[in-house]
Design a protein around this ligand. Structure first.
Ligand SMILES: Nc1ncnc2c1ncn2[C@@H]1O[C@H](COP(=O)(O)OP(=O)(O)OP(=O)(O)O)[C@@H](O)[C@H]1O
Ligand SMILES: [Mg+2]
Length: 354
């Protein structure tokens, strides 16, 4: 899981840079991305942040203005720049990168099976090999009985399954997905995400997916990056993000709300991870300091098989009254944030209390 399978360095895309007049748009502004082998990596960000530009530069559908893209050890940007012969090399490299689209991009005049066979035709595979592979992939995505159907006869979810089967035709090491579920209803979204997760596990497929929905990240991703105005402003595994003070992604993945019930109360956000998530720290805190603790909000979940989550609790008394209990929580290895006092370290001396 450690070797990066997708790496971009200083990736920059300026649309209209070559025009002598008209406004140039900087869609990517020096993006360094590292996606490790076998992980599901989510890139999230608002509309216009540059997500689609990033994914289109990763498979060189779009030529980057500057920077490099390496996929499975191969520098695609170097291939792109080397004249007409490089065209074929690049096409071959691209066949090892599967791409799934928001609007499926199926050919309506072709059957489901023929849509899946299309990339294999381009690669010059024999008819027999193509049909064997297509039927195997349709079986894998749960559409064995739809091979002869036409796209118009399928539901949205089924169309996306065909799109995924087609993306897998060239036995890719990497699957890229640009908003693959945003045209689908919530239940179909879940089943498509589950399919991507299963393919990731069964085939060891690395998945880079773009989304603007936090739920997508939460349900399938091992790692995530937040994009704003062409830059990655935060990135890491879900665990690393939770351990980062002030992480916007962690707060969005595990939102906790709730206001203090009175003036003389202290609100504390606690982030649990690993061992700490299963230890009864809150009841220990209550017993050790003989204080009543209210839980104002909590978001716990299992991510990559580990319990993680955040909890907002309320302690009686002012912040100054609670320096020692807060210190106790920190000693338990929990990440503690006091809303309104974020980032300010709690004085370590006991004398500060009462
Ligand atoms: N072909 C293009 N020519 C000119 N500008 C473009 C082109 N494609 C994208 N842009 C601009 O680049 C910026 C990033 O666009 P991009 O499509 O990458 O955003 P996005 O994060 O995918 O947004 P969305 O969530 O709406 O799909 C935007 O300002 C957009 O208008
Ligand atoms: Mg987009």
């Amino acid at each position: 899981m450690e070797t990066p399978v997708i790496t971009t360095t200083g990736l920059t895309k300026i649309y209209g840079a070559d025009r002598s007049h008209g406004r140039a748009v900087t869609a990517l502004d020096g993006v360094d991305l590292h996606v490790r082998e076998g992980e599901v990596y989510g890139v999230i960000g608002q509309s216009g942040a540059g997500k689609s530009s990033l994914i289109r530069c990763v498979n060189l559908l779009e030529r980057p203005t500057a920077g490099t893209v390496t996929v499975a050890g191969q520098d695609l940007t170097a291939l792109a720049g080397r004249g007409p012969r490089a065209g074929r090399e690049l096409r071959e490299a691209r066949s090892r990168i599967g791409m799934v689209f928001q609007h499926f991009n199926l050919l309506s005049s072709r059957t489901v099976q023929d849509n899946v066979e299309l990339p294999l035709e381009i690669l010059g595979r024999s008819g027999k090999e193509r049909s064997r592979k297509a039927l195997e992939l349709l079986d894998l995505v749960g559409l064995a009985d739809k091979a002869r159907a036409y796209p118009a006869q399928l539901s949205g979810g089924q169309k996306q399954r065909v799109g995924i089967a087609r993306a897998l035709a060239g036995d890719p090491e990497v699957l890229l997905s640009d908003e693959a579920t945003s045209a689908l209803d919530p239940e179909t979204t879940r089943s498509i995400l589950q399919l991507l997760r299963d393919l990731n596990r069964q085939l060891g497929l690395t998945v880079l997916l773009i989304t603007h929905e936090m739920d997508v990240v939460k349900s399938v991703c091992d790692s995530a990056a937040l994009m704003e105005r062409g830059r990655i402003v935060e990135s890491g595994t879900v665990g690393e993000l939770l351990a980062t003070p002030g992480s916007e992604l962690a707060a969005a993945l595990f939102p906790v709300g709730g206001d203090a019930s009175g003036d003389d109360r202290t609100v504390v956000d606690v982030t649990f991870q690993g061992d700490a998530a299963t230890r009864p720290v809150i009841s220990q805190l209550s017993r050790t300091y003989n204080i009543d603790i209210s839980i104002l909000g909590a978001a716990m979940d299992t991510v990559a098989g580990k319990q993680v989550g955040r909890m907002r609790i309320e302690l009686p008394g002012s912040y100054e009254d609670n320096v020692v209990p807060i210190g106790f929580l920190r000693e338990q290895g929990l990440r503690i944030e006091v809303p309104g006092r974020e980032q300010k370290p709690v004085p370590a001396k006991e004398g500060a209390a009462k």
